[in-house]
Design a binder for this molecule. Structure first.
Ligand SMILES: [Zn+2]
Length: 94
């Protein structure tokens, strides 16, 4: 007879649930390691989990980001030159 508790737990540990092959256990560990919030703005997750951010070239998982910060680096195509210029532009009008 199968142990329902055991099979439930093993499924939770092996089945990717948070995106990009990240289990919920790993997600929780990553969240703790980055201080409990988004890796850029530090805002803690609300009702929805943070996004699992990854390097689009290598596929490597980088960290957990809120939706705003995920779009904030995605829209300028993660281009450092554009993002530096955006900061310089904003600072001109402080
Ligand atoms: Zn953020």
């Amino acid at each position: 007879m199968k142990n329902p508790e055991k099979s439930k737990r093993s499924q939770a540990n092996t089945h990717p649930k948070a995106g990009f092959g990240i289990t919920l256990d790993i997600y929780e560990q990553m969240l703790e390691n980055q201080g409990g919030g988004c890796a850029i703005c530090a805002k803690p997750p609300g009702e929805r989990r943070l996004h699992v951010d990854h390097n689009h070239k290598t596929g490597a998982v980088r960290g957990l980001l809120c939706g705003h910060c995920n779009r904030g680096i995605g829209e300028p195509k993660e281009n450092e030159f554009i993002m530096h210029n955006a900061i310089a532009y904003l600072r001109k009008y402080l």
